[in-house]
Every structure is written in structure tokens, then in C-alpha cells.
Design a protein around this ligand. Sequence first.
Ligand SMILES: *[C@@H]1O[C@H](CO)[C@@H](O)[C@H](O)[C@H]1NC(C)=O
Ligand SMILES: *[C@@H]1O[C@H](CO)[C@@H](O)[C@H](O)[C@H]1NC(C)=O
Ligand SMILES: *[C@@H]1O[C@H](CO)[C@@H](O)[C@H](O)[C@H]1NC(C)=O
Ligand SMILES: *[C@@H]1O[C@H](CO)[C@@H](O)[C@H](O)[C@H]1NC(C)=O
Length: 368
Amino acid sequence: MFSPGPFTRLLSALLLLQNARAALQPVNIPIEVYYNGTELQWYGPIQVGTPPQNFSVVFDTGSYDFLIPFNTCESCSNQRRFDPSLSSTFEDTGDGIYIQFGTGVGVEPVQGDEWVVVTETVKETVTVGGLSAPETIVELITMQSPAFAPDPFDGIVGLAAEQGSFMSSLVQQGLDPLFALHLADHTSSGSQLTLGGIDESKLGKPPTYIHTAFDGMALWTFNTTGISVNGHSLELDPQLKIIFDSGTPNVLFTPNLAEAAYAAMSSEIQPNADFPGAYGVACDRIGSLPAVIDLSFVDAAGAPFNLTIPSSELNIGPFRTDPSQCQTLINAGNQFSPFVVVGASLLKHYYSVWDMGNHRMGFSAYEP
Ligand SMILES: *[C@@H]1O[C@H](CO)[C@@H](O)[C@H](O)[C@H]1NC(C)=O
Ligand SMILES: *[C@@H]1O[C@H](CO)[C@@H](O)[C@H](O)[C@H]1NC(C)=O
Ligand SMILES: *[C@@H]1O[C@H](CO)[C@@H](O)[C@H](O)[C@H]1NC(C)=O
Ligand SMILES: *[C@@H]1O[C@H](CO)[C@@H](O)[C@H](O)[C@H]1NC(C)=O
């Protein structure tokens, strides 16, 4: 889930990376997919406290914070909630934060404060796949907006590139500063997060690496050399950057870019009046529309490199208000945003390596 987030804690995260101790072995965490018309989110198990209390969390590269419900949170009653009175390692900091997400759990464009949490900041021991990190900053949710209630997971763990208490805590324990994601679709099993390494058994072709736009960039942000739809290249602001967000199912463009992309697909695709920023087309037509999106980069070796979203990703499921109409992949967001947000509709097609230590991402295509 895309959250513009604070940049202030950047420095402490960098210092933690530099203090890394002897290597811990990588671990594989099996994760599962939340499917509702399309694959929405991938989530997996994590433990907090001593003795450990179990939670399931979305592993979200588009945000910063480690969020799980507090047992005082009434709006979190569908989720498991953390009980500090059962933990011997609980430490309250007296602080708290407010987070407003720019993309939600589902596919519809976010309106205002639809996806919001309020937290109390604590320090706790966090355990994942047998790796344990004491004194990790955990944001305990004291209030969440109603949109979160139906979620099958309890919380969200931010995996932003530079800040993020979770990875920096594990790195301080000696884990290599990288992780990798295999996001399988809902018809396959085997989705997996690997912390501290790459699982060769999930890899397709050897990964191609691209450097983050700036060293020390907080989110996973990259310069693009072009975006093409069905081979037509879109006119881009030269400053435009692409953010990869594992916690977003679809693609978020500026309104002008969304219009241009859909014009290169079909005039049948039109804005949906019920959901500002969303587009759709008759469900019985959507399967026949070509919608290949190529995102172009210069790779770490200086060669041109494309990542491709295939036409099969165009359909993200019927609209609640009119199931004869199907929503299309690209949402239109803020006209002035210098970012395009690209989520699971692309990441599903590659094994992705998120390399914090080297400020780069690797992509390995599964298909020959
Ligand atoms: C799926 O989405 C519909 C409508 O968008 C919602 O009413 C329903 O609760 C969701 N189901 C699950 C299992 O999340
Ligand atoms: C936490 O989950 C593990 C694995 O599913 C289970 O063995 C354990 O009993 C659970 N602990 C609690 C306190 O529910
Ligand atoms: C990305 O573009 C910015 C200008 O917007 C430039 O300063 C930076 O060096 C570029 N980074 C890479 C890795 O090309
Ligand atoms: C990337 O995609 C564009 C547009 O489809 C195409 O013109 C170009 O040849 C592709 N580049 C590579 C390296 O595949």
C-alpha cells in the first residue's frame, strides 16, 4: 500500500545497516494470497512478544511501518490483537503515529481518508521464520478505518527500501540486507517471502538488476526511460519515477497518463462514475482487448531492459455496483504526482529481489 511516509528516520536505518554483524542464514516464509475478483494482497505469519503472539501480515514494499492491532482497538475486532500484558519484552515509547494510505487493500482508487490507522509506538521482540529481533519498533493500531475490517490478515509490515524497523532490526541481528518475493496467483501455491537471500529454486531466468533512482531513496523508486502500451510509447514527464509496491494489486498513473494508456488499448474503456479514478469495460469484451504494458529501464550493466505487464492483467474483476462491467488495471490518481505506482500485476510475473544493501532490484522472468 502506497504511503508517502516520513523521511526522518532514514538516517538511523542507514546506521543500522552499517552496523550489521555476522551473517544469519536466509529463511523462507510461505505466504498466501487474498483473492477477491483478482489477487489483492499476499500475507504471511509473524510473531510479536515474549512468549510469541501470532499474527498474519501483508509484506508491503510500499510503506514503512510495522502495524498490528492493539487489544484496545475496537475497530480491529475482526483481527487478532496484541495483548501487552502477556509479554515480558513489551516497552511503550509514549509516541504514536497517524498513517493515511494512498492505495488500499482492494482495487478501487482511494478517496480521502478511507484507509487510515492511528497507532501507539512500542518496542517489542519480533520473530519471523525463526529469526528473532529484539526491540523492533512496532506500531500498535489503536484505531483503523472501517475499510480494513473484512481483511483476512491482521496487519501490515512495511518493507520500504531504507527505513523500516522490521528489516533494519533483522539486519542488525546479522541478516543480509535483502529479501525476495515469489507472488503466485490464486490458482497456484508456493508464494514465498525469502528474508536475507534468494531462493534459487524459485528463480526463473538469471535476474536483471536496476538501480534505485537515488541512493537512500525511502520507497523502491526507479527512473524509467519509457512506458509503452501495445507498442505505442506514452509521452512522459522526464522526471517521472516508478515505485514498485507489493501491497497494491493494480497500477496507479496520473490522469493524463491513464487516458493515454487506455486510448492505446480501446475506446471502449471508459471512466466509471461510481468510483472516481477507476475505469472499466463490458466484462464480455475485456478478454479480447490487447493491453500489453512495457516499462523500460536502463539496467545495471547499461543495457535497455523492459518489464512487461501482459494483457491477462487488464481485468481486475467486476464492479460491485454493476457486475456486467469489469474494472481495468490502471487507476488514475493525482495529476501532479511525479510517481507511477506499479504493484502485483507486474510483480506476479517475475521473481523479485529487493536488495537494500546495493540499492537495486533484480527481476527474474518465470517464462522462457
Ligand atoms: C469481496 O469483495 C466484496 C465486494 O467488493 C465484499 O463485499 C466481500 O466482503 C469481499 N470478500 C472477501 C472474502 O473479502
Ligand atoms: C502460533 O502459531 C503456531 C504455528 O501455527 C502454533 O503452533 C502456536 O500454537 C500458535 N501460538 C499461539 C499462542 O496461538
Ligand atoms: C535518476 O534520475 C535523477 C534525476 O531525476 C538523477 O539525479 C539520478 O542520478 C538518476 N538515477 C539513476 C540510477 O539513473
Ligand atoms: C521495450 O518495449 C518497447 C515497446 O514495446 C520496444 O520498442 C523495445 O524494443 C523493448 N526493448 C527491449 C530491450 O526489449
